[in-house]
Design a binder for this molecule. Sequence first.
Ligand code: GLU
Length: 418
Amino acid sequence: MNHLLSNPAFKMACDQFDAVANFLNIPEALRERTKQPKRMVTVSLPIRLDSGEVKVFAGHRVQHHLTLGPTKGGLRYHPAVELGEVAALAMWMSWKCALADLPYGGAKGGVAIDPKQHSQAELERLTRRYTSEMIPFIGPQTDVMAPDMGTNEQTMAWMMDTYSYQIGHAVPSIVTGKPVSIGGSLGRKEATGRGVAFLADRAIDLLKLPDDSRVIVQGFGNVGSYAALGLAKYGARVCGISDVGGGVYNPKGLDLHALQAHVERTGGVSGFDGGDRISNEEMLVQPCEVLIPAAMDQVITARNAGKIQCRILAEAANGPTTVEADAILRQRPEIFVIPDILCNSGGVIVSYFEWVQDLQSFFWAETEIFDKLYRILDRTMDTVLKESRKHNIDHRTAALSLGIQKVVNGKAIRGLFP
Ligand code: GLU
């Protein structure tokens, strides 16, 4: 897999793994086996555009390990998607699922496309073609997809329909994050963002910060918006929000409902008149109690890690903090990091609930879903904090080592075939 190392995200995921493998003293015979992705599939997707022209897109799916159950993870539509990045995201899904004790390995899919430049009809043809190319590799007991950046409930509905059409009957458990009307779970759409808000609020209490703590969120998609709304409900003051087009900042707090209406009208945060215009880069270094990167990976870097002014860094995105930035954050113990594989795990936890409900054709009430979700998040955060105290290690190393150790144990006890 060395050819993937030219991708910075994959290199970052491997560096994180190597450091934790040294810390855990994982035997050589198990290291590479645990680190390398099990299966990587790349397909070319010829799609007829509305103009009649045919364009070919590259689609990937990486299944990191199949030791503990089917693989699980989102499907991303973004112009910068490449195999190495997808492989990194699949690895992070593995540690995330293991940390939350879900019976899954990690996976991730991606198509290099900018969904904003395409009609719904084109995206439907792309999704159906991608699903049909992936049929030999996916299944409710093999690999279960979900939404990620650039995909949503509608994408999952098309995937489920395409798969079910092949099988001959409805198979809702083939994807999670689909509409409730076809077997989706109540609460799945909000789960990642509400989970982030729940954990950030717990950290606010732990650090005895004021109830109306200032919050800054980078990204106002599904995750960022529900995280901001959730924290506002807990009493926090959301002062800054940005997206790809720039941000808006108001130290007195933003009117989130007015901002949401603006985003629906104009497609972005930029131009909202409830605060000052501010760039993405500046937003990250404004003073606040809670900073939530909820967009791309690798945004907290060696350049800005020394300058961020938060008390809590709640990583809603996958891989937002580079290895170099992490080294700087370790010298800043005043910053309480909620690492990504814990912070954003609410999404995949409720995906697991959705899969279980689909397999049993027995559906739960929303209160039951959030009760169960918050209990798992609470317990997992406690475990990470305890591990961190016990070994005097940072929260990320603690979370990664708990996840990685679980996968290593599974591989060791199952043995090596043949
Ligand atoms: N794409 C989400 C993530 O990165 C959710 C994955 C899932 O629900 O399977 O965690």
